[in-house]
Each structure stands twice: as C-alpha cells, then as structure tokens.
Design a protein around this ligand. Structure first.
Ligand SMILES: [Fe+2]
Length: 484
C-alpha cells in the first residue's frame, strides 16, 4: 500500500478493501503540552510559555492474524492536510506462556548517546522485540512537546525510537513496531502550574499534593489497572508477568544551602509557598498505601503466580551504586528551628527496602528493573531477586563504589559509598570494564560507552551489551549475562 493508497483508504467510503482494513482512532488533544523560550522546534521560536497543540490518536486493532501485519497511520488536520506514516508492523498480543524478547532501558532524557544505543539494541535484537520496558524518565520536561517529538537540538524521545533523531545517529524504528511499557519517573511529573514561569521552573516546582502527571497519562493511557489507572498496572507479556509501579520522588539539590534535599532556603522560612518540602515522594508506596495494597494483591494474582517470570519495574533505585540511591526513599523528616527548616531521611524507613522488597521476596519476583542514576549495575538479594539498573545512556553521575574510590557528596550519616540497601554489586560475568590497575568494575558509568539490556525469556537470560559511541567501527559487546 502506497501513501496515496493509504490516504484513499482512510478517506474513502469503504471500511475495508482488497488486502486492507480501516480502524478509526479516537483523537484527544493533549491538554498541557507547551513550549517556551528554551524549546528548539523546527521553524519557530517561542518568547514565553505557549500552548502547543498535540493530538493523540488511539485505535484498537482486533482480529490480527499471528505474525506481523503492516500498517500505516493517516492523520488529517482541520485544514485537510494529511500526514501518512511509513509502513510499520503490528502483531497481536503475545499469548500467555510464549517466550518473548524485551528491551530493558530508562532515563533517555534526550541524551546524545540514546540514538546510538537504540540503533545497536535494534541491530542486536535482530528487529524482533516483543516490548520495551522503560523504567521512567523518558524526557526532561514532560509538558514540553518538543522533548517528546521534534526537538531540533537533541534527540527527542519518539524521534530516537522511530529512527529519525537529529545528530550523528538516527536511532531505530523500534516503537512503531513494538509496544512500549512505560513507568513514571521524576521527569514524568510536572510541578505547579504557572502562567509566567518557564517550563523548567514549573517542572522544578512541585509541592506535596501540587503536581501532576497529566501529559504522561494522556500519552500513555494503557497499560492501566482499575486501582491505579496508568500510574501502576500489570500486564502478562508471553511468559513474563510485568508489574509497573509509581515510585519516585522529586529531585532536589544535595547542596547544603538554598532549597534542596536537606533544607529550605533560609530566606524562605516564613514563606511556605516557596518551600520545596525536601525530596518528597509523589505517590505513596509505603505499607498500607493504596499502591502497596494493590501490589500485594497483584503479586498473589493467578496471572502473576502462573507466569514463568515475574518482573517488577519502578524508577527509584533503592539498591544501587549511583548517586540517586541515597538519601533513602522515605518521607522527609522536618526539623523546624528558629531561622531554619532541615530534612532528614532515616535509612531504616526506606519505603522500598522496608516495605516493598519483602513483598517481592515472598512472591518470588525474578527481576526488579530501576532507573534514575544513569548507571548500569546489578545485585541479587538473599531471596534470589535480581535488581538491575541499565540506564547508562548519558549524563553519567558516576558510580560510588570501593572500586571507583568515589563517595557520594552527602552529609555524614548517609551511605556515601556502595549500595545503601547493603548488597554487594555483581561484577559482569562476561567482559567487565576494568580500572587502570586491572580491577574488574561492577558498573558502567560513562558518557562515551553506552549500555542496553535484553531479556530473552526463551532461555531466561538477561544480557547486557556495551557500545563505545566514540569509535565509529565499534561493535556492541556482550559484557554481562545471568539467568533469572
Ligand atoms: Fe530520575
């Protein structure tokens, strides 16, 4: 079917013809997408925050035969002008029990290494992926439309995943052919709405109860659950049962002056409107929260019990060598003194380590996928649950381990080196990177070498590959594999 054929099929009187069927989409104008002076959009600039119309088309396609079926999307504007996509492929949902191959990733945030990463991931997977597991932080500012679609300065999320990113690498057409299973990270949450502040300022200005994930929910209405909508949900993908949670906190500066993780700015003490409330958690996940109760029931469900592999995905890495594994994931404990408000985060109260991890242990979860620290590292706890972060796609914050010698810049009393959750990092089993003295490193934290991971549930193996983006002739190198 040519572009012209597709346009004719979309606009003609017939619902079906020789070799084609038409499925109508429901169209939703996204309610909060905007641009501002910091946006880079093809052919125009913005003086201040300006609404930018984006339309989501959602169609349900039923009755597909097994295997892959070609499709095109025809989108017609109010002015009658049509966009017709290239031909991509759809497949029916993978039947329960069937082996699948999944790409594990997160934290793309328009980072320059992402398109190279995706190109090598697609090449390594041979184009046959059954899903992309994205553990949060797809873009930088979720209400900035160009972060998702068409930034001219950096690789936009969908552009890289469609193989049409700007820069040296175009990315790869993965998402037009493969379902995305997304998770909410801190970069999917907008702060307080303002008519005057820049989008960055609004993004950085949430308060407890005054934030939203509207753009995320409008972009990704499925998968969803009855209790959590698109915020937390589960889905059986072949022989993998996937559970996604909303576990993330606002990022605030670790510096000990100004509004940050550990204090309010001294000048704001008498102005609660300006407070940041520390590194507060957006959606509760602690014992007895709605999300926690849903997770407990979900892990006990027949679908979860019957699956060969149980995978749980959420953004915050309570086990990790990265900078963002500390301070602990818990409600900030404020201390109010004359002239100052400070916040403390007791390690014993980490909601994931204290409450969520025991549930996962008891349910025989095979793998936890996290993001947030822009690092590759992995762990295995005493119950046999694997914890993986494979977000080394750029903007490395380093790894804080005895082998790097580095310590997190945090006040005394917080875990400055190693996993705050007390596990030892696992050295890659095939080809670890090494320190100058030859020591094998249990992490990848690099702005030149990027990492991607494939879960192949036919043999239950999780394989991580690294790729040197500086060397034009480099190959993707398998550096770690382990069975679930
Ligand atoms: Fe994050």
């Amino acid at each position: 079917m040519t572009e012209q054929d597709a346009y004719a099929a979309a606009t003609g009187p017939a619902e079906a013809g020789s070799g084609w069927r038409r499925f109508r989409a429901a169209t939703l104008p996204l309610s909060r997408t905007r641009e501002d002076a910091e946006s880079s959009v093809p052919g125009r600039t913005y003086g201040g925050v300006t609404r930018r119309p984006v339309f989501r088309h959602l169609a349900r396609v039923a009755g597909l035969p097994a295997g892959r079926t070609p499709y095109r999307v025809v989108s017609i504007g109010d002015d009658g002008r049509a966009n017709v996509t290239a031909a991509y492929h759809l497949a029916p949902a993978v039947p329960a029990g069937r082996p699948v191959r999944l790409l594990l990733t997160s934290d793309h945030q328009l980072m320059p290494m992402v398109p190279a990463n995706l190109a090598k991931a697609a090449e390594t997977a041979g184009g046959l992926l059954d899903g992309v597991l994205m553990a949060g932080d797809m873009v930088n500012v979720p209400d900035r439309a160009s972060d998702w679609f068409d930034s001219t300065r950096r690789p936009a999320f969908f552009a890289a995943f469609a193989g049409r990113a700007v820069g040296r690498w175009p990315g790869a057409p993965i998402l037009p052919n493969t379902p995305l299973y997304p998770t909410i990270g801190n970069h999917e949450v907008m702060g307080r709405w303002s008519a005057t502040a820049s989008l960055d300022e609004q993004f950085n200005d949430p308060q407890p109860g005054a934030w939203d994930v509207t753009t995320y929910e409008e972009l990704f209405p499925v998968p969803r659950s009855e209790a959590g909508g698109p915020r937390w949900w589960s889905r059986t993908i072949g022989n993998v049962h996937l559970i996604a949670l909303f576990a993330t906190a606002i990022w605030r500066s670790p510096k000990l002056v100004g509004r940050g993780k550990f204090q309010e700015a001294a000048q704001d003490v008498d102005d609660p409107q300006r407070w940041g409330h520390g590194q507060f958690i957006f959606e509760p996940i602690a014992r007895d929260s709605a999300q926690y109760r849903w997770l407990a029931a979900e892990l006990a469900s027949p679908a979860a019990r019957a699956a060969r592999y149980r995978v749980v995905m959420f953004h915050h890495p309570s086990h990790g060598l990265g900078h963002h594994s500390a301070p602990p994931f818990t409600d900030p404990v404020p201390t109010v003194r004359p002239g100052g408000i400070t916040y403390h985060y007791p390690l014993a109260d980490d909601h994931i380590l204290r409450d969520v991890e025991p549930l996962l242990d008891e349910a025989g979860v095979h793998l936890v996928l996290n993001g947030h620290s822009h690092v590759w590292n992995r762990f295995r706890n005493a119950a046999g649950v694997h914890w993986l972060e494979t977000s080394n796609v750029g903007n490395s914050y380093g790894a804080y381990d005895v082998t790097s010698g580095r310590s997190r810049a945090l006040p005394d009393g917080y875990v400055q080196q190693g996993d705050p959750g007390g596990l030892s990092p696992i050295v890659p089993t095939v080809a670890p990177l090494t320190a100058p003295d030859g020591t094998a490193l249990p992490y990848v934290a690099s702005n030149e070498i990027t990492v991607f991971t494939l879960l192949d549930s036919a043999d239950g193996m999780v394989r991580s590959y690294r790729f040197d983006t500086v060397d034009p002739n480099a190959e993707a190198i398998l550096f770690d594999e382990f069975p679930l």
